[in-house]
Write a new protein. Structure first.
Length: 284
């Protein structure tokens, strides 16, 4: 499962180009724009001011010009991190790590190379830079976010996008886990540790709390719409079979009701999310 992050109902011009953010972040935008990747994958280079060593997050696609640009910005790379396993984040991870003489780390051991998996709460220290790993499942089982506390910034991977909302693909994506992860991320804002969100697709979001609150409200609204659609089809959420998410017909029938205002070219991605929503409702 590669590029599955189309923000349903997204608005705003595609004018994101990356750049420098905070004192420690530099985003190099990959040349893979598309319906599922927005402007392209944001490859983040994290480095303490004045330091020679850096961390590179989500190298993105195998595109020589992009990887050369990342290498020029990154200097000496201590580690490559991937926020989750989707190909538009990981395709170039190993080859770029080989080039830079370092390893690849992620939550899933299958994504690691010459390095161990990361763990929740682990702090990566490189040249005076501290980056804390947070496990934030929901978009995928292996999704992580990265707390750059000195800049009060949270790298969200695909858990939060710069525009619209992310797709949760059943069964790798899990809505119950997603809600828990949103709460975990929101807690960092409440505690004063995070002010801005640096996503893996689309522009930086300066109002972290407002965005996370919107994400939760949006998901709850969609769940209510799914329940209403089920009622219109003569079904009740409390009576759904445990395997309802795998039903060959029902998710599409729900999509036709809930996403009637969304371009039909996006209904396939919407159906993935509806399956996750049905699984969540069936488990309550």
């Amino acid at each position: 499962m590669g590029e599955v992050r189309r923000p349903l109902g997204a608005t705003g011009p595609a004018d994101w180009h990356g750049g420098e953010f905070g004192d420690r972040g530099r985003c190099v935008l990959a040349p893979n724009p598309g319906m599922m990747t927005l402007d392209g994958t944001n490859t983040w280079v994290l480095r303490e001011p004045g330091a020679e060593r850096s961390i590179v997050v989500d190298p993105g696609p195998l595109a020589d010009e992009h990887l050369e640009a990342v290498a020029q910005v990154a200097g000496q790379v201590d580690a490559v991190l991937v926020t989750h396993h989707h190909l538009d984040h990981t395709e170039a991870a190993r080859s770029f790590a080989e080039r830079m003489g370092c390893g690849v780390r992620g939550l899933d051991p299958a994504q690691c190379w010459r390095s161990d998996p990361v763990g929740d709460g682990e702090v990566l220290s490189v040249g005076g830079l501290d980056v804390e790993v947070l496990t934030t499942p929901g978009h995928t089982r292996d999704s992580i976010s990265l707390l750059l506390g000195a800049d009060r910034a949270l790298l969200t991977g695909d858990m939060v996008l710069g525009r619209g909302t992310t797709v949760i693909v059943h069964p790798d994506g899990d809505l119950a886990g997603y809600f828990e992860s949103l709460d975990k991320m929101r807690g960092l804002v409440t505690d004063g540790r995070v002010e801005t969100l640096w996503p893996a697709h689309g522009p930086v979001l300066p109002d972290a709390g407002g965005v996370l609150d919107h994400y939760r409200v949006h998901r709850r609204e969609r769940l209510a719409q799914v329940e209403s659609a089920l009622a219109a089809l003569g079904l009740r959420a409390g009576e759904l079979a445990p395997d309802v998410a795998d039903d060959p017909d029902l998710p599409r029938r729900v999509v036709e009701v809930v996403y009637a205002d969304v371009d039909e070219s996006l209904w396939g991605a919407a159906e993935w999310s509806v399956r996750a929503q049905l699984a969540y409702l069936a488990s309550r």
